[in-house]
Design a protein around this ligand. Structure first.
Ligand code: PMP
Ligand code: GLN
Length: 389
């Protein structure tokens, strides 16, 4: 007799692809362009701010449940100064253990068993797992490759909404495709959310990583959206400290309280001293954010050109630090098999996009590479990948 798996709701998810591929990179000594983390730390002064907080005993014991006031205020100021979005640090900002916990807490709090959650596919892997933990049903709307980028079909999105839809889960700039939703697209999504009275949870962890003058538009800033949107941010990507796990949400008092009701039973609190350091980071001058963008934009160009020369078809990202490629010009069709053999063939690790799809066939021939690495590392990776041609 075969017994059902012990983790019935989560059995389909296995081990995250990021853990699997980083372990493969370590085991084979390959260049890891899989899991998205920078190979250099963020600003020295921010690292020192964390050291100072540790030494001065700020945050070494449980910080306040909603997050330390310094960070909540800095998040509020950031949203106001960048986007004109005014949030009360006391009732409308909640600090979380990275964006990952924010996603989990938002979905666990807001989704009831049987509710449908519409999400853009390919989707970041934790979305599907968290919808499942909440007992909801995911309804993917597929971004499709078109003339070198991935585009959202707004009619498909409208058709995906039913009477059971509870919320739309957005991600812009979008991992893994690098698509940045335009103001026009977001306006159409906002109109749909208002018309159908839906909540929106929007993952904006790559808000600062947009290139070529692309504009990041928080959907919460569009008419009718502030009261129905939970916006998620994170220090990991913006400040290159992914191990600190400091994230946050901004939302109305009712939505913030709802998300906090779940968050308090997940970690309760986390990352005490790092919260103080991130509060300082959010106040770094514009030059920091401009420098980050310029650096990553040059790295994007380097990797995109190298991948094209190596024979991949490249979807040039407008945002994030990932580039999606099509492996079919190299004579391959199965991204999983391709990524599993890539360490041996080229000494490089990448991520098969199929893991981000319900419609796995749609994602099969696509592979994602991260370019948040030192220039010499990217150059060496390109040299190795050219051997595939
Ligand atoms: N959302 C997206 C789209 C991501 O790519 C990631 C991973 N970096 C996260 C959320 C998780 O962020 P954090 O490390 O802050 O938990
Ligand atoms: N967000 C990172 C990525 O997409 C990985 C984060 C993780 O390992 N959970 O690669």
């Amino acid at each position: 007799m075969t017994r059902p798996p012990l983790n019935r709701r989560l059995a389909e998810f296995g081990t995250t692809i990021f853990a699997e591929m980083s372990a493969l990179a370590a085991r084979t000594g390959s260049i890891n362009l899989g899991q998205g983390f920078p190979d250099t730390d963020g600003p020295e002064e921010i690292r020192e701010a964390a050291v100072r907080a540790l030494r001065e005993g700020r945050g070494n014991q449980y910080p306040p449940g909603p997050g330390v006031p310094e960070l909540r205020t800095a998040v509020g100021d950031h949203q106001r100064e960048r986007y004109g979005l005014v949030y009360d640090p006391d009732t409308e900002v909640l600090v979380t253990a990275g964006a990952t916990e924010a996603i989990a807490a938002a979905l666990l709090a807001l989704v009831e068993p049987g509710d449908e959650v519409v999400a853009l596919e390919p989707y970041y892997d934790s979305y599907a797992a968290c919808v499942a933990m909440a007992g909801g049903t995911r309804v993917p709307v597929t971004l499709r490759p078109h003339e070198g980028t991935y585009v959202l079909d707004l009619d498909e999105l409208r058709a995906a909404v039913t009477d059971r839809t509870r919320l739309i889960l957005l991600n812009t700039p979008h991992n893994p495709t690098g698509t940045v939703l335009t103001r026009a697209e977001l306006t159409a999504i906002a109109e749909l959310a208002v018309e159908r009275d839906l909540l929106v949870v929007t993952d904006e962890v790559y808000e600062h990583l947009v290139f070529d003058g692309a504009e990041h538009v928080p959907i919460a800033s569009l008419p009718g959206m502030r009261e129905r949107t939970v916006t998620i941010g994170s220090a990991g990507k913006t400040f290159s400290f992914t191990g600190w796990k400091v994230g946050w949400i901004t939302a109305s008092p009712e939505l913030t309280a709802a998300v906090r009701s779940a968050k308090q039973f997940l970690t309760y609190v986390s990352s005490g001293p790092f919260q103080y350091a991130v509060a300082e980071a959010l106040r770094l001058p514009a030059a920091y954010f401009d420098g980050l963008r310029a650096d990553l934009s040059a790295k994007r160009d380097l990797l995109c050109e190298g991948l094209a020369q190596a024979g991949f078809e490249v979807y040039r990202p407008a945002g994030t630090y990932f580039v999606t490629t099509d492996i079919r010009p190299l004579g391959a069709t199965d991204g999983f098999a391709f990524c599993r053999s890539l360490p041996e063939r080229a000494g490089v690790v990448a991520i098969p996009n199929a893991v981000f799809y319900d419609h796995r066939d749609q994602g099969a021939p696509f592979v994602r590479f991260a370019f948040c690495k030192r220039t010499e590392v990217l150059e060496e990776a390109v040299t190795r990948l050219k051997r595939l041609a």
